[in-house]
Design a protein around this ligand. Structure first.
Ligand SMILES: Nc1ncnc2c1ncn2[C@@H]1O[C@H](COP(=O)(O)OP(=O)(O)OP(=O)(O)O)[C@@H](O)[C@H]1O
Length: 254
C-alpha cells in the first residue's frame, strides 16, 4: 500500500536523503534547511509558488547548485562532495524546466549522449538501449529528426528518454508537462506511471496540481526555500499553509 511505504519510515531504507540542505545565492535563501527522504519505487512531487526554490533544490540534488550547508546521501552514501558530472554515475538523472536538447544532432544522438560509446561493443549496446528507450517513450519514428523539427511534447519525451537511457535509480523531472495541452499532459502522466511500474523512482516538480495529485504517491510543498508540508497528496493540497501560500495564489491568478 502506498500509505505504508510512504509514511512508515521503517518500510525500506531511503534511496535519497537530504539533511538540512541550503542553497543561498548571496542574500537569496533559495533553499533553506530542507530535509526529507525518498524511498525506492514511488513517485514524489514538489509543489510551490514561482521562486519557492523547487528547481534550485533539484540542482542541489544533482550537485549543479553548490550547497551552502547540508548533507546528501544516495543509497546510504554521502555525496555532497561528488562533482556534478559524477552524479549521473550514482544513478541520479534529471530533466530541465526548459528543453535542453542539442539541435545540431539527431534525436537518437541526443539520447546516446547519456551513454558510454567509447568503443564498438559499447556503441552497439548503447544504440540498442537508446532504441528500446525511444520505443518506450513513443518517439521511435523521430530518431533521425533534429529536435527543432519535433513538437514541444515530443521534445519533452525525447528529454525523458535521454534521462532514462542510463537506467537511473532516481529520475528528477522539472516541469515535464509545462506548455503542454491537456491530452499531452495525460499522456505524460500515463508515461510516468508506467515508468514507476518499471521501478523508476521519480521526483517531479510541477504546477499542475490535479496532475500531481493523480500521479504522485507523496507530496512536498515549499515556500520561500523551506518545506511547509508533506504527506499524501490529498492531505497536502488541503493543508492550510499550502492553500494560502500557493493554491490560493493559483486560483487568483487564473
Ligand atoms: N543562479 C541564481 N542566482 C541568483 N538567484 C537565483 C539563482 N537561481 C535561482 N535564484 C533565485 O532563487 C529563488 C528560487 O528559485 P527557483 O528557480 O529554485 O524557484 P522555483 O520554485 O523553481 O520557481 P519556478 O516555479 O518559477 O520555476 C528565486 O528567488 C530565484 O530568483
Amino acid at each position: 500500500m502506498t500509505t505504508d511505504q510512504t509514511t512508515d519510515r521503517n518500510a525500506s531504507p531511503a534511496l535519497l536523503e537530504l539533511d538540512d540542505v541550503a542553497v543561498h545565492f548571496g542574500g537569496v535563501k533559495a533553499v533553506d534547511g530542507v530535509s526529507f527522504e525518498l524511498r525506492e519505487g514511488l513517485i514524489y512531487g514538489i509543489l510551490g509558488a514561482n521562486g519557492s526554490g523547487k528547481s534550485t533544490l533539484l540542482g542541489a540534488m544533482t550537485r549543479l547548485n553548490p550547497l551552502t550547508r547540508g548533507r546528501l546521501q544516495f543509497d546510504g552514501h554521502a555525496y555532497e562532495n561528488v562533482p556534478p558530472h559524477r552524479v549521473a554515475h550514482l544513478g541520479v538523472s534529471r530533466t530541465f524546466q526548459t528543453v535542453r536538447l542539442i539541435d545540431d544532432r539527431t534525436v537518437l544522438d541526443n539520447i546516446l549522449l547519456g551513454l558510454d560509446t567509447a568503443d564498438r561493443a559499447k556503441r552497439k549496446h548503447a544504440r540498442a538501449r537508446a532504441e528500446a528507450v525511444m520505443e518506450r517513450v513513443g518517439i521511435t519514428d523521430l530518431a533521425r529528426m533534429r529536435p527543432s523539427e519535433l513538437s514541444y511534447g515530443m521534445q519533452r519525451r525525447a528529454e525523458i528518454a535521454r534521462a532514462i537511457v542510463g537506467t537511473p535509480r532516481l529520475l528528477l523531472l522539472d516541469e515535464p508537462t509545462a506548455g503542454m495541452n491537456t491530452d499531452e499532459r495525460d499522456e505524460i502522466s500515463d508515461l510516468l506511471r508506467s515508468l514507476k511500474d518499471e521501478g523508476y523512482t521519480q521526483l517531479l516538480v510541477e504546477h499542475d496540481v490535479a496532475m500531481m495529485v493523480s500521479v504522485c504517491d507523496y507530496l512536498f510543498a515549499m515556500n520561500f526555500g523551506k518545506l511547509i508540508a508533506q504527506g499524501l497528496p490529498h492531505d497536502v493540497v488541503q493543508d492550510q499553509g499550502v492553500r494560502e501560500s500557493y493554491l490560493g495564489r493559483q486560483a487568483s491568478d487564473a
